[in-house]
Design a protein around this ligand. Sequence first.
Ligand code: NAP
Length: 519
Amino acid sequence: MTHLCVSIFVEDLAAAHAAGAIAAERGATLLEYRIDRFAGGPEGVTELVQRAPLPCVITCRPDWEGGAYEGDDETRLGLFVAAAEAGAHAIDVELKALERDAAFRARIRAIANHGPKLIVSSHDFQTRPADLQRRIRAMIEEPACDVAKIAWTARSLRDNLEAFELIEHRAKPVIALCMGEEGLASRVLAKKFGAYLTFCGLEENSGTAPGQVSLDTMKRLYRWDALREDTRVYGVIGHPVGHSLSPHIHNAGFEATGFNGVYLPMPIGPEYERFKATVSTWLDHAPLHFRGASVTIPHKDNLLRFVREAGGTIELLADRIGAANTLTVDDQGQLHASNTDYAAALDAVCAASNMKRESLAGRRVAVLGAGGAARAVVAGFAHYGAAVTIFNRTAAKAESLAHDFADATRSVTVGAAEALTDQPFEVYINCTPLGMHPHVDAAPMPTWPDALDAKTVVFDTIYNPARTQWLRSADKRGFKTVSGIEMFVRQAAAQFEAWTGRSAPVDVFTEVIRHRPAP
Ligand code: NAP
């Protein structure tokens, strides 16, 4: 069993007990009391341990190992003795302290002989220590050590794999955690790989190490209770990805359908070589069961290149668009890249007008903007025969986009931005950020042409806010309106179905996005 351990900085007894009780109630199985700054002395530690609502680890981390304890080792030993006699589940002592002082080591061994487990720990808050393997060996070879704990700041997502290997090849129970944003996988997947414990904070940002998430986030968002050895791993690859809604959506979908998967943010720096190295190593680590990813800025073209070089398959239109947002990996390791954005945009518009994609042929569609979203929209609508006109602030970008998708059978032209309201269109699609939070008063068009009728479809790809100023003005004119939430949910649903082979719980997705966490 992997413990879900809440780490609590102890300042005074009453607050520590209250925090411990909340952690127990919310489902923690172990507490770590950090007594670095606790002034209660041995008597205080005795009371702390005796009144703990869960088994507890006592840690008194010195400042030279990233903690806040500034006292001497003799005083520290007195606190550990009190913890042991009061029945602490474990004490945590640094490898460095054991290695440098034989007398201290002998006293710690004697304390550990009297009941509590001994966690021997080592930390590097800067990077992966060059002697990481030596440290883990030394911890495991220490006869009194019951659990070896190593924590370092991840340099990239690849460091998580080394943490998993340390846990897998254990001669003793191991805690191997990577700190920082790139180390999240080591914290969440600790259970999948059978680590002794993972740490959480009681609240968001209350953790005792960089990258620690809250107990609620671990249990609700990252599905702690459902994690198993064979759980499949998915993620959103981008830079940055910290505010992505995709983990909320897909994990809620896995939960609602009982699918054995978990979905994580996967930050990867912008260069292709980093993307390739990271994704390759995650794919190669068979016990990880890495089975797919949503891919966002700046890696949508990197995904195509990677899958092409790896001999995988690429969806035809994704290839034409030059961008893919979905990686799917089958059980034989075959890779497939696809683009669920264009289909999501097409279907959002078609659903609003109750028509099939084929009925788009010949319809006049105005696309506002010429960036990444516009590219997928133009490709999709032109593919189904719509007569697309692109309006963009920078005319040259609109020209280039039109050039990429116009041919003998497809009409893609460029309109002058100032002439946008001169002629009527049947469908308007905003692919600019005008009107997006926090600039919610902006709109991509100053007014509507008089000639439009109630069949006109107005689609804003923006999903934050759900109803933009532009959509509200279209509502007032009686047009059919489509929110960016429709597109976002549909592109996520298509990814979900590609990975799980199950129908996506679209209602759950919509609910999550409507109650999204504040940006
Ligand atoms: P992008 O590649 O940066 O393109 C932005 C486009 O908007 C460019 O054509 C740019 O014109 C234009 N633009 C930006 N600021 C402008 C301004 N102040 N005035 C006039 N035009 C302006 O961005 P993107 O990835 O395509 O995203 C665009 C929008 O699509 C975002 O609002 C995003 O929320 C939305 N989106 C939604 C979904 C969904 O699932 N619902 C998916 C993807 C994107 P220039 O060429 O002149 O710079």
